[in-house]
Design a protein around this ligand. Sequence first.
Ligand code: 5AD
Ligand code: SF4
Length: 495
Amino acid sequence: MSKAKKKKEKQLKHLNTRKILDELAFGLTVPTAEPAKQYFYMNLCKQYLARKKQEAGKEFTFCIRTFGCQMNAKDSEKLKGILLEIGYTQIDSEDADFVLYNTCTVRENANLKVYGHLGYLQNLKQKNPDKLIALCGCMMQEEHVVKKIKESYRFVDIVFGTHNIYLLSELLWKRFYSGKMVVDIWDKAQQIVEDLPSCRDYSFKSGVNIMYGCNNFCSYCIVPYVRGRERSRKPEDIIAEVKKLADEGVVEVMLLGQNVNSYGKTLEQPISFAELLKMVEEVDGIKRIRFMTPHPKDLSEELIQVMKYSKKICRQMHLPLQSGSTAILKDMNRRYTKEQYLALVERIKQEIPDVSLSTDIIVGYPGETEEDFQDTIDVVRKVQYDSAFTFIYSKRTGTPAAAQENQVPDDVVKERFSRLLQEISLASAACLKKHLGKTMEVLVEEMSSEDGIVTGRLSNNTLVHFAGDRTLIGKTVNVKLEEDKGFYYIGTQIN
Ligand code: 5AD
Ligand code: SF4
């Protein structure tokens, strides 16, 4: 078929689609308030999809790929909830009729991965005329990314950002109606929209957003630019969500925020993070509380004390170090010194002796000398982290650090990185030895890849494998930790 004929046929098909959409929306008024407006669009999309499904005599499928952190994972649960409500069926393959990438941009390679995948999606789209491709999340908040997509990836159907993920059904409707790429990026959040559908990845545990955005502006980090300023949710909304989750059978919640220590400070009625934790502790049915991420610069004594006396807050603290060098920390705008960090760790260990600590470390920040790096190694040796996420510094356009000229050569960074990994694995192995032989409580999470074996987590987050079946998932059981496998235990159920 000639190109012109193909175009004509596409136009005719689109006119027909528009006719159906007009019929569905005829006489209806779009609500102005949220979330009513979104439920309105969800319902319209649902009716349209039902017709398409009937016509084609098949299910319409979706697939969401999530890059990056727990925040994105939580957002993807909401996106999934909306797509299920509209009537799409979830599959785990890019062959789906609706493919959505929830992107991350913390490091450059996360961006490269997305561009790589897009080429592949274009091929699949040529074989499936119903296929829609949507991109959302942090990477889409960067102007140069959206420009590149508009210019070089014209086959993408919907582009939206971090502040308007709840608009998915409205944007989908707009895409159906216009037949063209829909781009909707907001440079800041307008409101926190609650009470939309959400589909949890696990039945027994869930993340709960307590705040959005970040005000810290660490000099290497793009998050404050793509996630905007700090906004705390009201404690009553958080507690209502936790209660609802508990009613649905959730026993573990992870309170999520870029810097949970500054939770509540800007609310009309200010409240501290420690006070919020005490309120969550009161919710019946919740057995374990985790949180992520506390910034070391403002971790309060009040929080340490609440953790110490809590029966539910897990014996685990993720305390990002980033660098052990005071000079680098200053340049990173982290607002603590090596000594202050070590003193804080001492204080936490003194009050909560069975706590396990994990961290984030960046290697190769501009200007990092061997001496600076030795300070990082020194902190790792002194703190003895159970686990650490290690990152090679990645230059992020628009951040202050990216403009610095003293970038560390790749080979030097790689060599330091492997020395750091070695040091961390020594510390992790030593931590694992501490509890070997003890009987501890495990929350069972899933079947292991091995037959008849389940995996679960200790309060301190270490994984444990032991013989069991599917009925144990979501339950807490006592397990004797018998063998140490480097980063997990093998044990036997006792009760
Ligand atoms: N390069 C490397 N790592 C980074 N992180 C944030 N920004 C960068 C960057 N530009 C790491 C930090 C942070 C974690 C989520 O990602 O360690 O704590
Ligand atoms: Fe980025 Fe620093 Fe905010 Fe964490 S605290 S999100 S590292 S700016």
